[in-house]
Design a binder for this molecule. Structure first.
Ligand code: PLP
Length: 261
């Protein structure tokens, strides 16, 4: 059985965060393991409150788990606070990121604007980028992490190159869905002959907002890597998986729809 460790916030609706990550792992035939970085109080309308996990508990949960099980991939999502982010960084010193690929979704805020990471945690987040096989910022997150204006495609490419060059990520997927226009995603991967750039075309699917798309994309890539796929394969497959899940999204509450897969 292939395994993936998901380190993310708990979303009681099941539409995002750890609960969604574990459902995605199951859909990929991968055994999902989970360490919650925070509890949230939320419904399909909005995040009402965030309660970060105890940093020492996050540290011990990951340490004890990694001493027993070597996951085939790790997904990191919401980290909530600097102390939690540093605990994750410390706990992951036990693994070689060349052997266990890490997919980092640098979650800064929920779609409703609620901050999901305190600003002073950005240094720890940047350090985690340096250990990641793939970082999956949306354009806003890429802009905040690098200072590049990502309004244009050229700006997004520059931000991705900085995430590779300055922060040390092995690859970056800049998601286009949060900005107006065509929701193209940009994949830039470090290679022997310099960074290789590929645009993944997408069409905007009409309908009410859908919750958890970023979480699902990152966990689908992690599950694909856990199954032994290359980064390109895992990203392409995850991209198609999320597109289908958005196309089939359904309402379970009165707010945002949830992904169907
Ligand atoms: N709750 C948790 C625990 C999350 O990790 C996220 C996003 O990463 C959200 C809520 C917000 O999801 P969305 O922005 O899709 O509404």
């Amino acid at each position: 059985m292939r395994t993936a460790l998901c380190i993310s916030g708990s979303d009681p609706t099941g539409g995002a965060g750890l609960q969604l990550d574990l459902q995605v792992c199951r859909a990929f035939g991968v055994h999902g393991m989970g360490v919650p970085t925070a509890l949230t109080i939320q419904d399909t309308h909005r995040v009402h409150r965030v309660l970060p996990s105890f940093p020492s508990v996050v540290l011990d949960q990951i340490r004890v788990l990694l001493a027993d099980i070597r996951p085939d991939a790790i997904k990191i999502g919401m980290l909530a606070t600097d102390d939690v982010a540093r605990s994750v960084l410390l706990a992951l010193e036990a693994i070689d990121p060349e052997e266990v690929p890490i997919v980092l979704d640098p979650v800064l805020a929920a779609s409703d604007g609620t901050p999901l990471l305190e600003p002073r945690a950005w240094a720890a987040l940047r350090s985690l980028c340096g250990r990641a096989r793939l970082v999956t910022p949306n354009r806003i997150e890429a802009e905040r992490l690098t200072g590049c204006d990502t309004t244009s495609d050229r700006g997004a490419e520059e931000a991705a190159r900085r995430l590779l060059g300055d922060l040390g990520a092995r690859a970056v997927l800049v998601k286009g869905g949060h900005r107006a226009g065509s929701p193209r995603d940009l994949l830039v991967a470090a290679g022997e002959n310099g960074p290789a750039t590929r645009w993944l075309e997408g069409e905007r699917i009409a309908g009410d907002p859908v919750h958890g798309t970023g979480c699902a994309l990152a966990s689908a890539v992690a599950a694909g890597l856990a199954r032994g796929g290359t980064l390109e394969e895992a990203v392409s497959h995850a991209h198609g998986f999320v597109r289908e899940a958005i196309a089939g999204a359904e309402s379970v509450g009165a707010g945002a729809r949830i992904l169907k897969f």
